[in-house]
Write a protein that binds this ligand. Structure first.
Ligand SMILES: [Zn+2]
Length: 155
C-alpha cells in the first residue's frame, strides 16, 4: 500500500499500527524509492519536495505531507486516502464507455480477450456488466489512481 520516505519512519510505524501495509527504508536514494513504489504499486509518503517532484514526473501516486506534527501528518494521509481508497477497491468504479458497473472476473475467463503481456503481469480483471468491456489494473485502475492523485494535489 505505502512506501514511506526514510524521513518519516515514525509515520511508517504508526501506519502499520493502524493496519496499513507500509514499507520503509532508510538506505534508498530517491530514484530507487520511486522505482520501487512503481514496481510494487505503492503510494509514496514523503515530506521531501524533490522526491515529490520526481514521483509526479514518473506518475507514481504520492502523498506529500507538509505538516510537522505526527497527528497532522496522519490526518493529511487519511484525507488523501479517502479518495485513493475508493479507487483502489474498484468496487465503485464504473465503465468509462457506458457507465456500467464493473464486476470482478476470473483470470481464466479473460485469456482470449486481453493481450498476452497483460495476462502475464496481471491477476485482477473486471468486466462491465453492461457492455462486457474487460478492464484490468494497468488499463483502468492505475489511470484512475493517477487522476485521483492529481485531483488531490488541487484540493
Ligand atoms: Zn460498459
Amino acid at each position: 500500500m505505502f512506501l514511506v520516505d526514510a524521513m518519516l519512519g515514525n509515520i511508517a510505524k504508526k501506519l502499520r499500527l493502524l493496519g496499513y501495509d507500509s514499507e520503509y527504508s532508510s538506505n534508498m536514494n530517491d530514484d530507487e524509492l520511486v522505482l520501487r513504489a512503481k514496481k510494487e504499486n505503492r503510494i509514496i509518503i514523503t515530506k521531501d519536495e524533490l522526491l515529490s517532484h520526481q514521483a509526479r514526473k514518473k506518475n507514481v501516486p504520492l502523498i506529500h505531507v507538509t505538516k510537522n506534527d505526527e497527528v497532522g501528518q496522519i490526518v493529511q494521509i487519511y484525507k488523501n486516502l479517502e479518495f485513493t481508497k475508493s479507487v483502489i477497491s474498484s468496487a465503485k468504479t464504473r465503465c468509462t464507455i457506458c457507465n456500467g458497473q464493473l464486476d470482478s472476473i476470473d483470470k481464466d475467463q479473460v485469456t482470449t480477450k486481453v493481450p498476452d503481456g497483460v495476462l502475464e503481469q496481471t491477476d485482477h480483471f473486471w468486466k462491465c456488466s453492461e457492455c462486457d468491456k474487460i478492464y484490468w489494473e494497468g488499463s483502468h485502475i492505475k489511470n484512475l489512481q493517477k487522476f485521483v492523485i492529481g485531483l488531490n494535489e488541487k484540493l
